[in-house]
Design a protein around this ligand. Structure first.
Ligand code: ZN
Length: 347
């Protein structure tokens, strides 16, 4: 079997706080004398019975982790380590998602918070040999006018290169907020060419996916896995070219599916959907990018050609420039053309 960490890929679904190394979280908690909930330190999040997993618990832990981030230096460290870890897993393109609102209080506003993250992304790209671009995400828990403010800010830094804003997202509990009310913010983002990358089809099913599609016109759906419950809807997404950022470990940790084998990854791929695997929040799920590919291999039986297909899809669904895509796609071909023992196959 070929080494999945050597397979070039793009990572399109990773949240800023959730990307943190557990050791970094411990370090920050110690520095600021914060007592962490013991569950945050659990190396096996699936020890929690599936009936007790779920959004509420997740949100509480996520907030506790975010409370440990208290300076620009902490934020730079998180971006740098996320980039280093991604590069070590074969990611040539990371599009990391951040809601700057949480970090504005200690940086003097959302604008310096965004600029710091973009600057850190640029530096980390150069240091670790990958491209780190940024998705600015609004929260469903905040007022839709806040989302518009964030969209206008995101537009100012639009681009496709390292340290630029490539997309606009909508995160947090899907069951909260009126999707339609966020449409204006997404129109602002789209007018500057930013990708529309809202969450949808994770906690809620097909009806909500349809609402998200109609209101926010996504280029990619964060998760979208539950569109598999409605073949006509899924066919519509395929037809419209909406890619799905599928995060199997996250789905199981949040109790969307009981077992990794229940995640409908094969059905989504077979439908013709563009599927980009992502880790979502490795800090909480203790499962990183390559682990998602390992699940596809070992749980769903994807062979190396199919795994290379997933990597290609992730690169194609990214907002990387044409030259970067070509380079990464050529790397996927080389990976597949090299036999598992390391020799080029003669075909
Ligand atoms: Zn997410």
């Amino acid at each position: 079997m070929r080494d999945l960490a050597a397979l070039p890929k793009a990572h399109l679904h990773l949240h800023f706080t959730g990307s943190m190394r557990p050791s970094t979280l411990l370090d920050l908690a110690e520095r600021y004398r914060i007592r962490l909930p013991p569950a945050l330190l659990d190396t096996d999040p699936l020890r929690v019975p599936s009936t007790e997993r779920g959004w509420f618990r997740f949100q509480r832990l996520y907030d506790a982790a975010r409370a440990c981030v208290r300076s620009g230096g902490d934020m730079r460290r998180i971006v740098d380590e996320a980039a280093e870890d991604d590069a070590a897993e074969g990611s040539g393109r990371l599009e990391i998602q951040v809601d700057p609102t949480s970090y504005a209080p200690f940086l003097g506003g959302i604008t310096p918070a965004v600029e710091l993250v973009l600057d850190a992304a640029r530096e980390a790209s150069a240091r670790h040999g990958l491209e780190v671009a940024v998705v600015i995400a609004a929260s469903r828990l905040k007022h839709p006018l806040d989302a518009r403010t964030l969209a206008r800010l995101a537009v100012r830094y639009a681009g496709d290169g390292p340290g630029e804003v490539v997309g606009f997202g909508l995160s947090n509990d899907e069951r909260r907020g009126d999707t339609q009310e966020f449409a204006h913010a997404f129109r602002i983002a789209a007018s500057a060419g930013l990708a529309s990358v809202p969450h949808g089809g994770e906690l809620l099913g097909p009806t909500h996916v349809s609402e998200v599609v109609a209101a926010l016109r996504p280029d990619r759906l964060g998760h979208g896995v539950r569109s598999a419950e409605d073949p006509a809807l899924l066919a519509g997404l395929v037809e419209a070219g909406v890619a799905l950022e599928v995060c199997p470990a996250s789905n199981v940790s949040l109790g969307v599916y009981e077992e990794p084998g229940d995640v409908p990854l094969p059905a989504l791929v077979d439908s013709g959907a563009t599927v980009a695997l992502g880790a979502d929040d490795p800090l909480l799920f203790r499962s990183r990018l390559v682990d998602q590919y390992e699940t596809a291999r070992h749980v769903h039986g994807f062979d190396d050609a199919a795994l290379a297909g997933l990597a290609r899809a992730s690169i194609q669904a990214s907002r990387a420039s044409e030259p970067t895509r070509r380079l990464l796609l050529a790397g996927v071909d080389t990976w597949l053309a090299t036999s598992p023992s390391g020799e080029e196959t003669t075909r």
